[in-house]
Design a binder for this molecule. Structure first.
Ligand code: THU
Length: 160
C-alpha cells in the first residue's frame, strides 16, 4: 500500500491590475456578463468569458429555469458559446466572476464539478490546456494554470 498525494496550485493576485492586459480584458467581459444573468431562483450570479486563439471573446452567464435541474452554469454557457462559434479553435483563457447579492463573498469561488468536467473536455478536445481565472465579490483573483489544477483525477475519452 502506498499513499499518493495530489495537489493543486493556485496563484493569488490582490487585484485585476496584476494580470496581463489580455487576461484583464477577459475578466472584464466575465464581470460584464453578470448584468445578463437569468437567476431569479437562486439569485446567485455567475458571469464567464472565453478567449480563443483567434482572439475572440465569448461571454456566458447562468441561465435558470423553474424546473431547477435545467439550470445551466455561466461558465458552461460561455464555453458552449465559444464551441458553437469556433468549433476548431483552442481556448486561451477562461474567466469566471461570481456575485451573490444576498451574501458578500470576498474570495473567488470555484466552478462546480460538472463545469470542471466540461472545462477539461475543452482542453482535451483542442489538445491545449488553458488557465482559469476566478473572481468573487472582492478584488482578489485566483489563477489556475490549467484544467488539471481544477480536476486532477478527471475522467476523459482515453478510457473509452
Ligand atoms: N452556478 C454556476 O453558474 N456555476 C457554477 O460553477 C456553480 C453554480 C450557477 C447555477 C445556478 O444558476 C446558480 O449558480 C446556483 O447554483
Amino acid at each position: 500500500m502506498k499513499e499518493v498525494k495530489v495537489t493543486s496550485t493556485v496563484t493569488v493576485y490582490d487585484n485585476m491590475s496584476q494580470l496581463s492586459l489580455i487576461e484583464q480584458t477577459v475578466m472584464k467581459k466575465a464581470i460584464d456578463m453578470l448584468d445578463n444573468v437569468y437567476a431569479p431562483y437562486s439569485e446567485f450570479y455567475v458571469g464567464a468569458a472565453v478567449l480563443t486563439d483567434a482572439g475572440n471573446i465569448y461571454g456566458g452567464c447562468n441561465q435558470e429555469n423553474a424546473s431547477y435541474p435545467l439550470c445551466m452554469c455561466g461558465e458552461r454557457v460561455a464555453l458552449y458559446n465559444a464551441g458553437a462559434n469556433e468549433p476548431n479553435t483552442p481556448i486561451q483563457v477562461l474567466a469566471i466572476a461570481v456575485h451573490n447579492p444576498k451574501k458578500f463573498i470576498d474570495k473567488p469561488i470555484s466552478p462546480c464539478g460538472a463545469c470542471r468536467q466540461v472545462i477539461s473536455e475543452f482542453a482535451m478536445r483542442h489538445k491545449q490546456d488553458f488557465p482559469i481565472l476566478l473572481k468573487g465579490g472582492g478584488e482578489m483573483i485566483y489563477r489556475l494554470e490549467s484544467s488539471k489544477e481544477l480536476l486532477p483525477f478527471g475522467f476523459d475519452s482515453k478510457y473509452l
